[in-house]
Each structure stands twice: as structure tokens, then as C-alpha cells.
Design a protein around this ligand. Structure first.
Ligand code: CU
Length: 688
């Protein structure tokens, strides 16, 4: 076969017990194509250069030099080992010394992929340090025949493949199987080369050690007969001394990985700005974002796999809970943030495991679906009226786990999925279901995520199992005959993802997996994406570190960051006892509008509220986002309501929602957003 010859390699490896290394000598290979000429860019003060490699090859775990081959290969063999690495060099003489590099993008043309199920293959880009390989002679065997690359134990039979002589990855890309050019952001590498050309030893693209054997990607090399398929580097320079915009302003930024005492697979933003969470194991915890501390708040019964939403007074109503997998408790628990303690209510008629709670326009709370104490699907919804439960006995319907339900503009409850047909539930009297429009994507969007991003408008993104989808659909329930239609598709297919409404009205998606199966880590997605409701398009953002799939959660915090946590405590997956915080691009795009002075803890429907700000003239939008209550890839509370406003002396006058169906009672976060799309720190208020 063209890449790692397995039989041949097995023999070779047996013969290579000594320290193995990557070879190099002088580069006798001439550049086949002159670098494409730098050209002036339209942007004043910057220039774009397109540069062909001065050399490229790939290292295989043998003594063969591959510099003359038409492809650059990445290959995983045996399981979870790096068998190939691509090494490339670029001559940057055309870039003026001292230039500031605004961006540098490596472009490689994908020509072939393995036929395995996993849709993506992770390829990391690294700067080569310490050793200066000669690409015309480099192999996976020795460095120069005398001096070795530093051996280490990373790879099969201690074959090092230069793994000790590369930087940490500067970019990580999940490469799908669609042929054509793929990009890596190598700005940091190129800036380093421009700053110190004597350290320009080339760059390395690594194979994916998270994969089982025989997964691969193959790209055109500089020897591809078709010139337009060959690799190139696009370098955008600013004038020397000009500071480039920080990449965070485009991509946002992830925090480090911070320990958590439990798997935070149910998370809730409380009216005091703290976050209540629980998992399968351990006590529920209250986390204070301002200090990072966790405080245990033991619950009266096992809350794992319950449903939840907030009450008009800001308490959290938790319906159901865990007996064992598939068997649900009928318990009613309420968490009161003002006392930090739990209360119990009379139980439901049915145990519920994986139900959805929805706070209704009148402040009652609907709970639907789940499985009971015997594991039977509960077909009868129940409604909490503040003191007791009543059953919707004429609304019997067998639903999937954790339905994606929303209060619609007409006061009915709209069930957006996971099943393909959507439905309406009229909760008056003893209840009645009617059929709704069918989504376009065939099958279930299981463990896809849905949010009401504007009143009556729902985005349902991703989901599905065989394989997951990258498509997304929207529906506008304000229409006379609402119908689902496709909006833009995400760059990555995802299930077990979370969709989170941001203060700007954009929707962030985080985590999940692109690979088929229930919870397949082979396709873990780390890149965040942002959906713009005006354009219907997605932007790819920075990548978090931890695999967060089944039982992962995301939650908007009042400071505009997003908590991303959980994963595990089920499906035999690793228990991720950690969280990460994502700062969206808007936190790097200039000063934030301030809110000065106090805002009330509770507000009334239709009330006019003066929010004091010195930045009134710059405010372009005011948003009211219900505090999240998230589990199993769904915020059971998630909705955004834009608020009418006008500048007044010393601030903006904001009109709170007048409609209970637009904004069911309970806690919301109010954000001022300026014309640059930069939000204030939010203020939480309970709408009653
Ligand atoms: Cu679960």
C-alpha cells in the first residue's frame, strides 16, 4: 500500500531496536516552482504574499525519503501511534525583516482519506525546534545518519519521528474527508521565523494519535503534477511595528482547564449570579464565578436525570430524578438561591427520568416525558401550580427523552424534537396534542440542541446518530403557517453539543462529536462555532481542550463568558471533573458598555426601567436572556427577548416584556450591547 506498509513495517520495526530518528542532510532538491509573487493587498498598510514550499516531505517509520513523492501523508499505525509526519520548509526572504505578521495560513490540498467511519482526523501544526532537517534526505529512521533527533517513547517501538523536536501545536484542525484545500493558522510560527530567520527549521504536521490504526489523510505535495494542487503559504503582513489585531478578537479565547468536584451535567444560572450544578455522583454544588469556589448543597433525593426550570420567584423546580439507569423518581425538589437550601414538594403522579420542564406563561411549570419507577415511558404530562401537580389526562403521548420544548407566542407549548415531526401541546383543561410541521432533516436530531433565539423563533442545530449532522434548521412560530427551513450548516457535524444564546443574539455551539454511534470520542469536536441569526451563517472559533460529549453542558454567565463543563458520568465515558470558560470575540473588541447604579432584583411586565450607563449613545441593542437551566444538550429555559429602549439623561430607558408568552415569569439577565457588538456585564432581574 502507499503509506505505511504494515507487513513491511512490522519487520522493519523488529530490526530497529536502537534509537531511531529522523534523517537530514543537505537539501539538493530544487524548488519546482518559483514562489508565487507577492502582491499588494487591497487593505492599506498591509500586503499579502503567497509562498510555495522550498521543500516538503513526509516521514514514515522506515529509512525511505519521500521528498520526491506527489503526496504528503499522515497515517496512524498501529493503534494510537503516529506513523507519519509531514515536514515542510518555506523561504521567507520576500517578507521584509521586522514585519508584523497579521496572519499566516498553510493551505494543503486533501486528495485521499481512509474509508473508516470517523468523519474527521485531527491534524496539528507545530514549529520544528532544535533540529534543522534536510528534507531531501529526511526519513523516519535517523536524523543525519549520525546525530539523532531526540528519541522518546511516544511512538511505536520508540521510533521518535522528531516528536521531541517540535513545539506545542499552534493550530489543531479536524480534517474531514471532502477533497480540496484545508487550512491551518500558522501565524505564530511565521512571526517567529520573521523575527529570527536563523530559527526557521520548518514546520511539522502530525498524524492523529487519538485514532485506531489505518486512519489517514493524504495531501498534494510540491511534486503534484497539477500545479494548482500544490501546497502554499499565505502570509499577510502589516507595516513593521504595527500591532496585528489579536486573534482572540476573531476567535475568542478559552481558559485553562479548571478542576470541578463533580461532573457538572445539570447546570443552572441562579438569580444571584452563582451556578448550581449536579452530576450522577456526589453532592450538588453551588459555584461562584467571582471566586471560583464550590459549595456543596446536598439534595433531599437523587437529582440525576431530572427536569428543571425556574419559577416566577427565582427558585428552581426540579422534577423527577434517578433510581437507576432508566428508572425515575416522582420527587419534587425546589432550590432556593436566597437560602442556598432545598425544599421538597408533593411528588408527581409518575416517576420521571429524562423529563423536560417548561415554565408556562402563568408561572406554572409543565413537565413532560421521561421514564417512571418501572422504566415505562410516561405519556401523561403534569403541571406544577406552585403547590401541587395536576395531570393532563387527555394529552397522552409517548415522547422521546428530554423533548426540546418551548412556550410559543400563542401560549401553547411547541415540541421541536428530537423526533422529526414537531407538535403543539395545549395545556388548558386536561390538555391536548396536535400535529405540527415536520423538520426537513430526516430522522431524529437526537442530542442536537435547540434555542428560542428571538421570540417565537427556534434554531435546532446538529443531532442524530448515524451519523450526526452538521445541518441546522429554523422555524418562526409567529408565521401563520410555521414551517422549518434550513439555515447555514455548521463546519462540524455534532451530537451531544450545546447551543447557548449570547448577549448579542448570536448562538454559540460547543462540544459534541461528529462520529457515528451513541457517544463516539473518535469524532470529538473542540472547535466552537457561532451562528448569526441575521445572516444564517456560522463562524468557526477557538478550540477548547477537553473532550466534552454526552453529559456536557454550556451556560451563559452574566459577565458574558460561557461555562463549558461536564461529560461522563454515563455511557462508560471518562468523568470530566473540570470546567473551561470561553470568552467570545466580543470581549476583545474594545471597551464594554458600563451599567452604573443599581438595578432592581424584581421587575414587572411592561415596566419601564432606566438603566444607568455613561455609554447610552453607543447602545445599539438591549437583550433579556432567561437564565439557563441546561442538561443533555438542551437549555430547558433558553430564550432571548430583545427589549425596546431609548437614550435618556444618564442612561437608557428600557421597556420590559409586556407579554407572558414572550417571556414566561422568572429570572433573566439584561445586557446592554453597543454598536461594536460588545455587551455590558449583565444584570439579573426576576420578571414577575
Ligand atoms: Cu444522561
Amino acid at each position: 500500500m502507499r503509506r505505511v506498509n504494515l507487513a513491511g513495517f512490522t519487520l522493519l520495526a523488529l530490526g530497529l531496536a536502537t534509537g531511531l530518528v529522523v534523517v537530514s542532510c543537505q537539501d539538493q532538491r530544487s524548488v519546482t516552482e518559483a514562489p508565487r509573487a507577492p502582491r499588494a493587498d487591497a487593505i492599506a498598510g498591509s500586503a499579502t504574499a503567497v509562498i510555495s514550499p522550498s521543500g516538503d516531505t513526509y516521514l514514515n517509520i522506515n529509512a525511505v525519503n519521500a521528498a520526491g513523492e506527489p503526496t504528503l501523508n499522515l497515517y496512524t499505525w498501529p493503534d494510537n501511534k503516529i506513523a507519519n509526519a509531514v515536514v515542510m520548509k518555506f523561504d521567507l526572504a520576500s517578507i521584509p525583516a521586522g514585519s508584523t505578521i497579521s496572519s499566516a495560513t498553510l493551505n494543503l490540498n486533501l486528495v485521499e482519506s481512509d474509508g473508516m467511519a470517523e468523519p474527521t482526523y485531527t491534524v496539528t501544526a507545530h514549529r520544528i525546534v532544535n533540529k534543522n532537517p534536510d528534507l531531501a534526505r529526511a526519513t523516519g529512521y535517523t536524523y543525519d545518519g549520525v546525530n539523532s533527533w531526540t528519541p522518546n517513547t511516544c511512538c511505536a517501538n520508540n521510533i521518535p519521528l522528531a516528536q521531541a523536536d517540535i513545539s506545542a501545536p499552534v493550530d489543531t484542525k479536524a480534517i474531514d474527508k471532502t477533497p480540496g484545500f484545508k487550512q491551518w493558522n500558522v501565524t505564530a510560527i511565521v512571526q517567529g521565523w520573521v523575527n529570527d530567520p536563523s530559527r526557521n527549521f520548518g514546520l511539522l504536521l502530525n498524524s492523529d494519535p487519538s485514532k485506531l490504526r489505518d486512519r489517514y489523510r493524504s495531501f498534494s505535495s510540491n511534486e503534484d503534477p497539477v500545479a494548482s494542487h500544490r501546497p502554499y503559504l499565505t502570509v499577510v503582513t502589516g507595516p513593521p511595528g504595527t500591532a496585528p489585531p489579536p486573534p482572540e478578537a476573531r476567535l475568542g479565547q478559552w481558559s485553562s482547564v479548571i478542576p470541578a468536584p463533580i461532573v457538572q451535567l445539570h447546570v443552572h444560572l441562579l438569580r444571584d449570579g452563582r451556578v448550581l450544578s449536579w452530576g450522577r455522583n456526589g453532592d450538588p454544588q453551588v459555584w461562584d464565578p467571582s471566586t471560583g469556589t464550590f459549595t456543596a448543597v446536598p439534595s433531599p433525593s437523587w437529582l440525576f436525570c431530572a427536569g428543571h426550570d425556574f419559577l416566577p420567584d427565582g427558585r428552581l423546580l426540579v422534577a423527577g430524578g434517578h433510581i437507576t439507569d432508566g428508572l425515575g423518581l416522582p420527587n419534587t425538589n425546589l432550590f432556593d438561591p436566597s437560602t442556598g437550601s432545598w425544599q421538597t414538594g408533593p411528588p408527581m403522579a409518575y416517576g420521571r427520568w429524562y423529563p423536560t420542564n417548561t415554565t408556562l406563561p402563568n408561572g406554572d411549570v409543565l413537565t413532560v416525558a421521561g421514564t417512571d419507577q418501572n422504566g415505562a415511558v410516561v405519556t401523561i404530562p403534569e403541571i406544577w401550580n406552585g403547590t401541587s401537580w395536576r395531570q393532563l389526562t387527555t394529552a397522552s403521548l409517548s415522547l422521546e427523552y428530554y423533548p426540546r420544548d418551548f412556550v410559543a407566542p400563542d401560549g401553547r407549548v411547541f415540541d421541536a424534537g428530537e423526533e422529526q415531526p414537531s407538535r403543539w401541546l395545549d395545556v388548558t383543561g386536561t390538555g391536548r396534542w396536535t400535529d405540527g410541521p415536520s423538520r426537513n432533516e430526516p430522522g431524529w436530531r437526537s442530542y442536537g440542541s435547540a434555542v428560542m433565539y428571538e421570540p417565537g423563533k427556534i434554531l435546532y442545530a446538529g443531532g442524530g446518530e448515524d451519523p450526526p449532522t452538521n445541518t441546522a434548521e429554523v422555524i418562526d412560530l409567529n408565521d401563520a403557517s410555521p414551517a422549518w427551513r434550513y439555515t447555514g450548516s455548521m463546519a462540524y457535524a455534532r451530537r451531544h453539543m450545546n447551543a447557548t444564546i449570547l448577549p448579542t443574539g448570536d448562538v454559540l455551539v460547543t462540544g459534541g462529536t461528529s462520529a457515528p454511534g451513541f457517544n463516539n470520542f473518535a469524532g470529538a469536536v473542540h472547535v466552537a462555532e457561532l451562528w448569526n441569526p441575521t445572516t444564517g451563517t456560522w463562524t468557526t472559533l477557538a478550540s477548547n481542550q477537553v473532550n466534552r460529549l454526552y453529559h456536557s453542558t454550556s451556560l451563559l454567565l452574566p459577565d458574558g463568558r460561557v461555562l463549558h463543563t461536564g461529560s461522563g458520568d454515563g455511557a462508560s465515558a471518562p468523568r470530566e471533573l473540570s470546567y473551561e470558560l470561553y470568552s467570545p470575540p466580543y470581549l476583545f473588541q474594545g471597551a464594554r458598555p458600563g451599567i452604573t447604579g443599581a438595578t432592581p432584583a424584581t421587575v414587572a411586565y411592561g415596566q419601564t426601567l432606566v438603566v444607568e450607563t455613561p455609554d447610552a449613545a453607543s447602545i445599539a441593542k438591549v437583550t433579556f436572556i432567561r437564565t439557563g437551566s441546561v442538561t443533555h444538550a438542551f437549555d430547558q429555559a433558553g430564550r432571548l427577548v430583545p427589549l425596546a429602549f431609548s437614550p435618556v439623561s444618564g442612561g437608557v430607558s428600557v421597556t420590559l416584556p409586556g407579554s407572558h408568552t414572550t417571556a414566561p415569569p422568572g429570572p433573566y439577565v439584561l445586557f446592554l450591547v453597543n454598536g461594536n457588538g460588545v455587551p455590558s456585564i449583565g444584570r439579573i432581574m426576576v420578571l414577575q
